[in-house]
Structure formats: structure tokens, C-alpha cells
Design a protein around this ligand. Sequence first.
Ligand SMILES: *[C@@H]1O[C@H](CO)[C@@H](O)[C@H](O)[C@H]1NC(C)=O
Ligand SMILES: *[C@@H]1O[C@H](CO)[C@@H](O)[C@H](O)[C@H]1NC(C)=O
Ligand SMILES: *[C@@H]1O[C@H](CO)[C@@H](O)[C@H](O)[C@H]1NC(C)=O
Ligand SMILES: *[C@@H]1O[C@H](CO)[C@@H](O)[C@H](O)[C@H]1NC(C)=O
Length: 490
Amino acid sequence: MKHDSVLARSFAHHQQKRLRYGAFACCLLIPLYFCTVLRPSLNLLVWNLQLSVGVGLEMLQVEQTNSSQQVIKGKHPDQKIRTPTGLIAENGPQAETKSKDPYALPLFQVAVSKVVTKNLEPICNVLEPRTNFCQINRDVRVDGKSSTVSIVSSQMDVLAGNSPWTIRPYARKEDKKPMNHTRAWSVKPVIGDQEIPRCSRNHSVPAILFSNGGYTGNHFHEFTDIIVPLYITSRKYDGEVQFLISDLRTWWVAKFQAILKGLSNYEFLDIDKEAVHCFPSMTVGLKRHPKDLTIDPSKHSYSMKDFREFLRNTYSLKRANAIRIRDGQSKKPRLLIISRRRTRCFTNLRQITKMARTLGYKVTVEEADRNMSRIAQVVNSCDVLMGVHGAGLTNILFLPENSIFIQILPIGGFEWIATNYFGVPSRGMNLNYLEYKVSKEESTLKNDPHTTPIRGWEGFKSTFLNAQNIKLNVNRFRPTLLKALELLHY
Ligand SMILES: *[C@@H]1O[C@H](CO)[C@@H](O)[C@H](O)[C@H]1NC(C)=O
Ligand SMILES: *[C@@H]1O[C@H](CO)[C@@H](O)[C@H](O)[C@H]1NC(C)=O
Ligand SMILES: *[C@@H]1O[C@H](CO)[C@@H](O)[C@H](O)[C@H]1NC(C)=O
Ligand SMILES: *[C@@H]1O[C@H](CO)[C@@H](O)[C@H](O)[C@H]1NC(C)=O
């Protein structure tokens, strides 16, 4: 206990003696403390039971009330504390004592403004919006059969509030329905040789565990809830990372195989079927930005620009920038119309195509399918993309920089989802965003939304998402396509 003797030198002998009285008083007060102060909701660090009762300086009780303020009991206000686990406490300006002599009985209390904890952060972060994830920087055992992640631990982890956690590794936690289709994993510290599961396979690289549950099957959700978060979480490993996929769907891994290979040098594991795999560290669940199709570079060291560049490399896409139209130039800008077959279709596609050609566009019509490589090539070859609000618009990810994205909003109040799912994210992708709201005459919906009551998301879905098609009024729409041409003169 070297730190103890160093600190002790700064105290006069009588102070040390009084300290011991203080320590003794602390001991008497511990049971009281446990009865009155301990609340299950607090993240509590309690050292005193662990430490030698005879050493006054280590008689600490630290109650973590919140991140900015902690209460330390039993310590001189002018001293820095270095505990055996690396916690450093510094007294802030509001440090106060009840008495002039801090070691006089009864027990004093000091408020400190800043406590830096090392290695003691909770392993799982369940406080962020939208996603829960655990960052485990130590030996970990993953048992797929029992959906358990065991962290080989010390007593301290348990004291730091690292109790068992239940994590559903799909990054849309506020949405009950998809989360219900996501397997729950138990993440728990284990202490002592007997409890620790035996490894059936040892790995030398970190692992990332995520799920194919949730809304998998919807192209937009596959990107915003899985692929973009997976990129955020895994890119820093530069391929040296093992993916563990829970609720695995074989068509999904086939669809995204190029991206999975681009992010990991190892074949993924269908983890639900596996016996115990051991890793030096791992992440359970995926990190994500609270907003859809967005990456915050200040938080994650990568940006949407990096992500789009990664996609271009992955699918060998040639165009980083959209065409730049100069006067007198003969090369035509390309317009891609994203068509839909079942719902929210254009009923006059031929008429729209003809009008666009008269404006000087080369027109392509495509429906999004599961052949990512093909759709990525088609989208990347275009300068303007237009389509009715829907998951297919997620393919704007493959558009070159400075291209134009036109989102068509059916009737029924699409403003919020249109803006938040695609409009705002497209600006983060360095695209020019245009919005076209159809008039009542352009919708095939016969029910007047103002007279038919719509109830909740399900009502909205069955009426406005699934029961309307669009017959664009080409004269009304023409100025939007002209505006797009103008923007290509950037
Ligand atoms: C911490 O707690 C104090 C009082 O208990 C409160 O005034 C302060 O706002 C809290 N700070 C945070 C970041 O929650
Ligand atoms: C979750 O799924 C179970 C069975 O699959 C079902 O009974 C339950 O109602 C679902 N809960 C929610 C909130 O969807
Ligand atoms: C994995 O490593 C542990 C400790 O290093 C060792 O005891 C165990 O036998 C290894 N298991 C396998 C399957 O290689
Ligand atoms: C995807 O489309 C490309 C053509 O763009 C084709 O060569 C490839 O075979 C297709 N892949 C699948 C799985 O259908």
C-alpha cells in the first residue's frame, strides 16, 4: 500500500490518530449508511468493506449521485484520493465541510465536483437513445445456446453496478414491435472458476454481436438499423473483427455479403447455433446515431461521406460526383425513377418518362430488389433520382455527390417521416433535396382523409401507405424536374 504511506507523510501524527477515530466512526456508521443511503437506482461504489479498516485514509464511501457530483465521506477536503482501482477524486470549488476540522467527530461530508473513474464505467450503456450496447474490454465467453455473454470479472465490476443486463442487439430499442422479434441476450459478469463456461473455440480478434431480427426485410431499416450502425461500430477494427449474427436470415447475409466482407476479414458466425466462443473483447449490440441514416463524425470518427465512399469501394462504383452541366454541352443528365409495383405506384409512368425526356433527361426506371450490386450500379450511374416515399429511396446512398434527390409525398401527412427518414439524411450525404407534395387530384385515394378518421400508425399504414397510388400531373411536376436541371449547373 505505497500510496497510503506517501499520503500519510503529509499528515501530522495527531491527525492520523484522529483519522483513525474518524475511521472507527465510519465503521459504526456503515450499517446505518447501508440502511439509509443505499438506493437500488443509484450506481453505487462502496469500497470500505473491501479495505483494511485500520487504515484511515482508505476509509472511503463514494456515493455516485450523478455524473457531475459525488459525495465522499471520510476524507480530508484538500487531498486527492487515489484508490486501488484507479479512481481519482478532486475537490471542486463547492467542497465544504460541516466543521473546521474535518476529522472531528461526528462524520463529515464533502461534496466533490469531479470524479474520474478508470476501468469502472458500466459495461453496458442503456442510457443512449435508440440503442443499448455493451463494450466489453476483457475476456468474454459467448454461449449461443443459452444466449449468454459471460464477462470474466473481478469483484470490482460487480460493485461498479455491472449487474446482469438483458440486451436485444437491434438498434431501434424504443420500437416495441421489432424488438419483440429480436432475441434477448443476457450479459453478466462471472466470478470464480466454476461459473465460467469452457471455451469450445478461442478467437484472437474482438467480436461484434448484432441481430437480423427487428424490421429486417425492410430495405430502409436494414440500412438505418443495421448496416450504418454496423459500420459505425466495426469500421475502426479495419476488418480484424468477428461478426456474430443472432436471428440470422440467410437471404439477408446473401444480400449484404459484400458489405459484411468489406467490414470483416472473417466469415460471420450464426451465433444462436454455436457452443461457447471466447474473445479477448467484444461489443454486444450496435452503436448508432439517434437520427436515421446519419453518422456524427465528432462522436464516431467517421462521417456519412466516409460511409458512402466505403459503399462505392465495396460495389466498385465509378462515379463520386454527379454530372456538371455546362451551357452548350451535349451530354445528358440521367434521371432514375424508382418505381414500386405493389403500393404507392405511379399509374402514368410512361407519361412521366416522356415529359422528362423532352426536358433533356436520359431516363431509367428501376424497382429496388435484393441484388445490391446491380441496384448500386444503376443508382450510381444517375444524376437525379425521383420516387414516391418508401424504402426504395434508401438507395440514394449510392448516388454520386451533388446529385439531386426528389421525394414525392403522397397525401395523408407524410411530412414528418419524409423529412426525417430521407430529407434531412440526404443533405448529410451531400445531395440536393427537392420535395414534391402531390395534390388530392394526383392521389388515387378516394376517401377524403379529413372526413375518414385515421387511427394510429396502423390506420395510417393501411390507408395512406398501402392503399394509394399516384398519377402525377406532369404539368404540375415539370418545374421540379427543371429545378433539378438548374441545380446540376452547380
Ligand atoms: C446532479 O445533481 C445535482 C443535485 O443533486 C443537480 O443540481 C445537478 O443538476 C445534477 N447534474 C446532472 C448532470 O444531472
Ligand atoms: C411479442 O410477441 C409475443 C409472441 O410472439 C406476443 O404474444 C406479444 O403480444 C408481442 N408483444 C408485443 C408488444 O408486440
Ligand atoms: C482456449 O484458451 C484457454 C485459455 O487460454 C485454454 O484453456 C483452452 O483450452 C482453449 N480452448 C481451445 C478450444 O483451444
Ligand atoms: C446481380 O446483378 C448482376 C448484374 O448487374 C448479375 O451479374 C448478378 O449475377 C446478380 N446477382 C444475383 C445474386 O442475382
